[in-house]
Design a protein around this ligand. Structure first.
Ligand code: SF4
Length: 357
């Protein structure tokens, strides 16, 4: 993909209306175009047959239908989780994952950056370094990619988690612009309560999101309750330590009334001891009522960093200790591990259309 035309998703509603006016078209066409782009099965302007042909042609000359081009898709062995390798217009690649849940929900995990600069030790994306930030259109078009597939069988994307490649708060403006497109009733119309932004602990980003007045779910990658262990596996801890991150999460809860999820990848011999579970519970409790927190325990997926996954018994004990201390904890066996679509496994080989994780 080498064209430099903007994708239709990269225009705000106001920009699209202005473009239509300039071309002598009524502004209500904006609603039609955006509805097709977010709900339909169409794969190009030529398929928008309720628009006049002259308008379809003008749109096709001015814009691309999407800012991402699917290169390859893989399905997990159970057929549920799907991972797409997508090419951006400058030839870089990102990954996006669809996680259906027993027909009840269709969650999409989106990337906000190509690569990631945060270098978490257990994460394949972190090994890539940062390639570049994505535009809001490139984030939204990942959801459009899956929405288009789901629409073929009469389903829709119901939830979006910002947990793919990249740190969303390092690309705050584009992330928020994509959120606004997703919650727009004239576009995707997804409730903000069904959106989750996950951060590795960028405190100014947590505070900024808390001030947006949107009831978005926040997930914070904690991964250790003490600074020495967390700094060992997450370099960002040298800037914002455990107490800073927990305090910011507490402020977020107060401002939004949303519960915060703490992500915790279990690494054998690093952060999986019973005493560590007790320290984790104590640290969380220090910063707010336990009812406001939930710990999502993620078994390490073999790959980056060369860590080991703890035994099931040890992981279950860790969860039980947290629960005994009044902290809601779930032990999540990652979906899509066989296609490297699990947490910490997204990675693309730059310059090549291949998945290497
Ligand atoms: S875990 Fe998230 S923040 Fe850390 S390196 Fe991976 S993608 Fe970046």
């Amino acid at each position: 993909m080498t064209e430099s035309r903007r994708a239709i998703s990269e225009l705000t509603k106001e920009q699209l209306v202005a473009w239509l006016r300039k071309h002598g078209e009524p502004s209500y066409r904006a609603k039609q175009i955006r509805r097709h782009a977010t709900h339909g099965t169409e794969r190009g302007f030529e398929e928008l047959t309720d628009l006049p042909k002259s308008l379809r042609d003008a749109l096709a000359r001015s814009f691309r239908w999407s800012s991402v081009e699917p290169v390859r898709e893989e399905a997990s062995a159970d057929g549920e989780t799907r991972k797409a390798l997508l090419e951006l217009r400058d030839g870089h690649h990102i990954e996006s994952v669809l996680m259906p849940h027993h027909g009840a929900r269709n969650a999409v995990c989106v990337s906000t950056q190509a690569g990631c600069p945060m270098a978490c030790a257990f994460c394949a994306t972190g090994e890539m370094g940062l390639v570049r930030n994505l535009t809001a259109g490139e984030i939204v078009d990942q959801i459009r990619h899956w929405q288009n597939e789901l629409a073929q069988r009469g389903e829709r994307v119901s939830h979006v988690v910002y947990m793919g490649m990249g740190e969303p708060f390092n690309n705050y403006d584009a992330t928020l612009a994509s959120v606004r497109a997703l919650i727009d009733p004239e576009a995707f119309g997804i409730s903000p309560r069904r959106l989750t932004i996950s951060t590795c602990g960028v405190v100014p980003g947590i505070d900024a999101l808390g001030g947006e007045g949107l009831p978005i779910n926040l997930a914070v990658s904690l991964h250790a309750p003490d600074d020495p262990t967390r700094a060992r596996i997450m370099p960002i801890n040298r800037k914002w330590g455990v107490e800073d991150v927990l305090a910011a999460a507490g402020r977020y809860v107060k401002r939004t009334n949303r519960r915060v999820t703490f992500e915790y990848v279990l690494l054998a011999g690093v952060n999986d001891a019973v005493e560590t579970a007790r320290s984790l519970a104590a640290a969380i409790t220090r910063h707010g009522p336990t009812k406001d927190a939930h710990v999502n325990l993620i078994p390490y997926n073999p790959g980056a960093g060369g860590f080991r996954r703890p035994s099931v018994k040890r992981m279950e004990t860790f969860a039980e200790v947290l629960q005994e201390q009044g902290i809601a904890a779930t032990l999540r066996i990652s979906k899509g591990q066989d296609i490297a679509a699990g947490c910490g496994q997204l990675k693309v080989a730059e310059g090549k259309a291949a998945v290497t994780a």
